[in-house]
Design a protein around this ligand. Structure first.
Ligand SMILES: CC(C)(COP(=O)(O)OP(=O)(O)OC[C@H]1O[C@@H](n2cnc3c(N)ncnc32)[C@H](O)[C@@H]1OP(=O)(O)O)[C@@H](O)C(=O)NCCC(=O)NCCS
Length: 148
């Protein structure tokens, strides 16, 4: 159960709300690793589903991206929660909302590449590790999945 009053909405690629999530993703996922977004990476996202999680007054607290794959599978990417809101249930709420939305779109399986530090978070939500550890953006990751 979220410890903050939260709501999640699907936002459109290229809008000011989307730009705000890009900034959050940069702050939480890229800057700590001294990485920058590549324009080509972002351009590919126009066909993906963008979810943003707010507290009252459209105060952005978290976001994620859903990338449809083949055969009823959807990939969860770029899960980021604002630093001052981590550990308050925002990530859990956001992932659960993304699962509801994915089911409503007819997807039956969620997959993701989890940073090793986030594995307990996803395990709490019912995701299972698949295969061996691998390196992405210079840090250890595991593939994880869950049937929806
Ligand atoms: C990982 C992240 C998305 C989790 O979101 P969050 O809002 O902080 O998590 P929640 O408050 O919903 O936590 C849910 C549970 O997972 C646990 N948890 C969260 N992050 C954890 C971590 N890094 N390690 C261990 N447990 C973690 C919490 O303790 C909590 O358990 P509890 O309910 O038993 O107390 C968020 O902390 C984040 O953005 N981290 C930095 C970026 C990142 O690692 N993104 C994931 C990339 S794969």
């Amino acid at each position: 159960m979220a410890k903050l009053p939260l709501y999640t909405i699907e936002i459109e690629f290229g809008t000011p709300a989307f730009d705000e999530t890009l900034q959050l993703r940069d702050d939480i996922l890229r800057k700590p690793l001294k990485l920058k977004f590549e324009v080509a990476d972002i351009e590919q996202e126009y066909k993906q589903i963008h979810l943003a999680c707010y507290t009252e007054g459209m105060n952005l607290r978290g976001c994620l991206v859903l990338h449809p794959q083949e055969k009823g599978t959807v990939k969860m990417r770029q899960v980021a929660v604002a630093e001052d809101s981590q550990g308050l249930g925002v990530g859990t709420f956001l992932v659960e909302q993304s699962e509801h939305l994915s089911k409503a779109h007819g997807f039956t399986k969620m997959v993701l590449n989890a940073r090793d530090t986030a594995i307990p978070f996803y395990q709490n939500l019912g995701y299972k590790k698949v295969g061996k550890e691998f390196t992405e953006v210079g840090i250890p990751h595991f593939k994880m999945q869950k049937n929806l």
